[in-house]
Design a protein around this ligand. Structure first.
Ligand code: KG4
Ligand code: ZN
Length: 347
C-alpha cells in the first residue's frame, strides 16, 4: 500500500509518501518559521496563506522524490485536527479534491496519533530504522500544543493516561524563551543557551505536579516562576545568567516529563516507552529519558529528529489502519481544530 500524507495543521506544510509498513519513500517539509519568527509566534492567517502557496509544490515534490505518479497512490491521509482551522482547511481541501478527482480513498487523521506512531516509520527502503516497539507501550507525546501520556495496546487501542492541565511543554519552552528575549521557536533557543552553560545552575525551578501521583502535567507554574525572576532583576538577564536560567528551566520541564513517563511504565507493568513530538528533538530530554529508562529496565525509543517535529510521513502512516479497513471519507473530510484525544482510537 502506498499512502500520500498531507500535513498543514500549524506552521509546516508537508507531504510524504509512505508504504503500509512504514517505509518513508519521501517526506517534504516546507517550514514557515521565517514567516512567523518576526512575530514571536505563529500568526494563523499567515500560516494559512503559506500553506495555500506551498502545498501543491510539496505534494509534487513528494511524489517526484518517491518516484511515483499520483495513479500509484492507494490512499490519501490528511491531518483533520487538532490545529489551526484555516491551516487545517488547506490540507483538507486539497486532499478532498485530489481524492475526488483521481478516485483515491482519503481519510482524516488525528495529528497526535501521527506523533505517537511516528516511531514505526523507517527512513528508506534498504535502511533499517530502530526496532519497532512491541505492544503494549507507553507513549509520551510532547509538542508545542500537547503533552500527554498514552498506553498504546495496538494501532486501534490507545488510552489516555494523563495530560497537561495548562501549558504544553513546548508551549512553556516557547513562552519561556519569549520571557528571556530569545527567538521563536523557543525550544531550540532554550536548548542552545542551556548548552552554553556548563556549571550547575544556581536556580531551581518548581516541578509542577512532580510529586503528585497523577500522570497529569502542569507547566504554568514554572513559566510564572521564570517570569517573576526576570521581572525582579534590575536588567534583562543576558549572557551567563540567561544561559543558566535556560538550563534550570529546561531541567525543570524535562525532569517532570521523564519522571512521569517512567512512572506510567511502572504503574502499567510496561517495559517499552516511546517519546515523540517536537520537544522529543531536545537533546537533554533524549539523554535523560534514555538514562532513567536504562536504570528502570525500560527500553526507550525516540523517532529520528525529522519524524519528531511536524511532518506528513507520520500522518500517512497514521492513516494506514483506517485505509486498510476500507474507510473512504471523500466528500466528508472535515477540519476539526479541537479534535480531542478521546477521538484518537478512531481517527
Ligand atoms: O510537534 P511540533 O513540531 O508541533 C506541534 O505539534 O506543536 O512541536 C513544536 C514544539 C515547539 O514548542 C518547539 O519549541 C519544540 O517543539 N521544539 C523543541 C526543540 N525542537 C522543537 N523543544 C526543545 N528542544 C528542541 N530541540
Ligand atoms: Zn505536532
Amino acid at each position: 500500500m502506498l499512502v500520500l500524507g498531507i500535513e498543514t495543521s500549524c506552521d509546516e506544510t508537508s507531504a510524504a509518501v509512505v508504504t503500509g509498513d512504514g517505509r518513508v519513500l519521501s517526506n517534504i517539509v516546507a517550514s514557515q518559521v521565517g514567516t512567523h519568527a518576526p512575530f514571536g509566534g505563529v500568526v494563523p492567517e499567515l500560516a494559512s496563506r503559506r500553506h495555500v502557496q506551498d502545498i501543491i509544490p510539496a505534494i509534487r515534490a513528494a511524489l517526484e522524490a518517491a518516484g511515483i505518479g499520483l495513479s500509484a497512490v492507494d490512499g490519501i491521509a490528511v491531518t483533520a485536527g487538532p490545529g489551526l482551522i484555516g491551516a487545517l482547511m488547506v490540507g483538507i481541501a486539497v486532499a478532498g479534491a485530489m481524492s475526488w478527482a483521481a478516485s483515491i480513498p482519503a481519510v482524516g487523521v488525528n495529528h497526535i496519533r501521527g506523533h505517537l506512531l511516528a516511531v514505526f516509520l523507517r527512513p528508506k527502503f534498504g535502511e533499517e530504522g530502530e526496532a519497532q516497539p512491541p505492544f503494549p507501550f507507553i507513549a509520551l507525546v510532547v509538542s508545542g500544543g500537547h503533552t500527554s501520556l498514552f498506553l498504546v495496546r495496538g494501532f486501534g487501542g490507545i488510552e489516555l493516561l494523563g495530560k497537561t492541565r495548562d501549558d504544553a511543554a513546548g508551549e512553556a519552552l516557547d513562552k519561556g524563551a519569549k520571557i528571556l528575549g530569545l527567538g521563536y521557536p523557543g525550544g531550540p533557543e532554550v536548548e542552545r543557551c542551556a548548552l552554553g552553560f556548563e556549571a550547575r545552575p544556581r536556580v531551581r525551578f518548581p516541578r509542577g505536579l512532580g510529586s503528585s501521583a497523577s500522570l497529569d502535567f502542569s507547566f504554568s507554574g514554572v513559566k510564572t516562576a521564570l517570569a517573576m525572576r526576570v521581572r525582579s532583576s534590575s536588567a534583562p538577564p543576558d549572557g551567563e545568567e540567561r544561559d543558566g536560567l535556560c538550563k534550570a528551566y529546561q531541567e525543570a520541564i524535562v525532569d517532570v516529563l521523564v519522571k512521569k513517563a517512567i512512572r506510567a511504565c511502572r504503574g502499567h507493568g510496561v517495559r517499552d516507552l516511546v517519546v515523540a513530538g517536537g520537544v522529543a528533538s531536545n537533546a537533554h530530554l533524549r539523554r535523560e529519558v534514555a538514562l532513567q529508562g536504562q536504570k528502570a529496565g525500560i527500553e526507550v525509543r525516540i523517532p529520528p529528529m525529522q519524524f519528531c517535529t511536524d511532518n506528513a510521513a507520520m500522518i500517512a502512516f497514521a492513516g494506514v489502519e483506517k485505509l486498510s479497513r476500507g474507510v473512504n471519507e471523500t466528500g466528508s473530510l472535515r477540519a476539526v481544530p479541537t479534535l480531542g484525544i478521546a477521538d484518537l482510537a478512531d481517527i
